[in-house]
Design a protein around this ligand. Structure first.
Ligand SMILES: [Zn+2]
Length: 95
């Protein structure tokens, strides 16, 4: 996480930026909010795990598509942690 790159933003704006799914959404949001994002910030947001294109997952347990996915990374691995909003099932998928 490189949240320090977003420190010029309010907590509310950061939360919104983090909720976006891809760079286009970040750009749209920034425009709506009147946020000036440097290319460095944009890269950090869209490529640094704060926000990136997240594939759609389907719950392997109940088949629901209401799945909340979060991207994680460490030095050896990247993965999505998924939480089914229907049945509460949690599983990880390699990214
Ligand atoms: Zn489920």
């Amino acid at each position: 996480m490189r949240e320090d790159l977003l420190k010029g933003l309010t907590d509310e704006q950061i939360a919104k930026v983090k909720a976006c799914k891809n760079q286009e959404e970040v750009l749209k949001l920034a425009k709506e909010q009147g946020i000036e994002l440097t290319s460095e910030q944009l890269a950090a947001v869209s490529g640094g795990g704060l926000c990136r294109s997240t594939p759609s997952f389907t719950c392997p347990k109940c088949g629901s598509s209401k799945v909340k996915s979060k991207y994680y990374e460490n030095s050896i691995n990247t993965w999505y942690g998924n939480d089914c909003q229907e049945c509460g099932f949690h599983w990880n998928v390699d990214a």
